[in-house]
Design a protein around this ligand. Sequence first.
Ligand code: MN
Length: 247
Amino acid sequence: MTKSARLLPAARDLVNTLVIANRILFDHDVVDAFGHISVRHDKDPAKFLMSRHLAPGLVTAKDIVTFDRDANAVADPAQRYYSERFIHSEIYKRRPDVVAVVHCHAPPLIPFGATRTPLQPIYHMSAYIGAGTPVFDIREAAGMTDMLIRTPALGAALAETLADKPLVLMRGHGATMVGAGIPQVVYRAIYAKLNAALQMDALKLGTPIYLAPEEAAKAAAANDRSLERAWNLWARAARAKRKGARA
Ligand code: MN
């Protein structure tokens, strides 16, 4: 029996949740044709699940692929996969607490990776970013590139900049968020984008008063107790939209 033949399949519920998460992120303009979400394998924590090379709004259960710790597809190596899958593999290696990862190019986040103005918590809904928002500059890691995380070494450099934080901005590119599960990382991605837009508005009006670190920590803990409320709404809307599209 080969090693891959012994691979236990991921729970069907986990695959379906990952599919719906792809749709939710598309519905909320966190991702467009590009960007991706992954989840750690429920039966083998060294592996993770993610779609093959496909726009998130088109992902179905049959598109979900199992990747090993170095981001090699466990089966069907002839398929095409996301070139930036090393973002996910290198974060999972370094962060045993991380169960899900989102990578996106949401436009409101871009200015905060491209200037010296830090992304800071403007309201309670995005309080988790009060933990810190490091910026990864690929030029410092690798000189002149096409800006993409195309190698394990670049993934490792990004993961080092993320360190123990929930989010890392990527200069001239986008952002990557991590979470303890799919609902949390989806929540974090949606509210990071909303925070960036609101912070930009506030900066136009005057000097914003951000949440203090203690306020941010308390609000983030409260939000984590209400993830299910948000997730149930977003998932229902995404399922209804899928059903409508098939009709
Ligand atoms: Mn990207």
